[in-house]
Design a protein around this ligand. Structure first.
Ligand code: AMP
Length: 281
């Protein structure tokens, strides 16, 4: 049975008697197979699984984007139930940010480029809400998707710097058969945009293949991704990056693990994707 809780007090009370270890899966709802994969992993590795569903206003730099973010609580609860989540926390904004709330967690260098540069305040919002969730749940482990690779890096940095005892676990990106990374935002794509969207995966694949064939010049890899994206008229490129996988500093040459990443707008929908090259994988 999945217990659905709404207040901080209810969550604390439920956790006081929960079997350990506890695995936490923070989400903004509109749950899809990517979220399910996190839930399954949390369930496999922990005695109690806690899912949080909260569309966090502080991580949106655009009010319209926040308002139109898709929401379907009934469907989300059905997914949590089907995946055997023990506890779902479904708070109102006031419960996460009570009156008088006045603290921001701000991560440094790793939060600045890419998504941090494109979305002002985004990672402050993410780090702040995740710090609250880590404190409230006190989980042994928390599960995040590699789909949001920079987010994982920001949260790892925060957890290490603030000595938070929750281990951050990154899980592989779940994709549609045509390579499009699952995202709650995909629901906003119209038919033409949906047909065009797999170009992100193709652009990343082109650079990864060139790397595998021996190409090490980062400008060449960026240009390859841009060329593939340019073939798709509906794709409006926001950034294309080849960065050090540990620092996210843009590279001239790939000599170790590197993160290929991109952000592309289709109509009014902004999609991101990434792929690791070099290093161990
Ligand atoms: P969101 O609800 O979009 O905030 O995502 C909640 C968690 O699910 C985050 O850790 C995301 O990185 C992760 N996630 C989102 N999409 C995917 C996906 N396609 N594959 C794996 N994890 C994902």
């Amino acid at each position: 049975m999945t217990r659905v809780l709404r207040t901080r007090a209810e969550l604390r009370a439920a956790l006081a008697s929960a079997a350990r270890p506890v695995g936490l899966v923070p989400t903004m709802g509109w749950l899809h197979d990517g979220h399910r994969s996190l839930l399954r992993r949390a369930r496999a590795e922990n005695a109690t699984t806690v899912v949080t569903i909260f569309v966090n206003p502080r991580q949106f730099d655009d009010e319209g984007d926040y308002t139109r973010y898709p929401r379907d609580t009934a469907a989300d609860l059905a997914v949590c139930e089907a995946e055997g989540a023990d506890i779902v926390w479904l708070p109102d904004p006031d419960e996460v940010y009570p009156p008088g709330f006045d603290t921001t967690v701000s991560v440094g260098a790793v939060a600045r480029p890419l998504e941090g540069a494109a979305r002002a305040g985004h990672f402050d919002g993410v780090a702040t809400v995740v710090a609250i969730l880590f404190a409230l749940v006190g989980a042994e482990r928390a599960y995040f998707g590699q789909k949001d690779a920079q987010q994982v890096m920001v949260i790892r940095r925060m957890a290490a710097d603030l000595a938070l005892p929750t281990e951050v676990v990154a899980c592989p990106t779940v994709r549609e058969p045509d390579g499009l990374a699952l995202s709650s935002r995909n629901v906003h794509l119209n038919e033409q945009e949906r047909a065009a969207a797999p170009v992100l995966g193709r652009a990343l694949a082109a650079a990864a293949e060139a790397y595998a064939a021996g190409e090490r010049e980062a400008p060449v890899l960026r240009a390859l991704m841009e060329e593939v994206l340019a073939l798709e008229p509906l794709a409006q490129v926001e950034y294309v990056s080849v960065a050090d996988a540990l620092t996210l500093v843009e590279l001239d040459r790939v000599t170790g693990a590197a993160l290929l990443s991109l952000a592309v707008i289709f109509g009014t929908t902004r999609l991101i994707d990434n792929r690791l090259i070099g290093g161990e994988d």
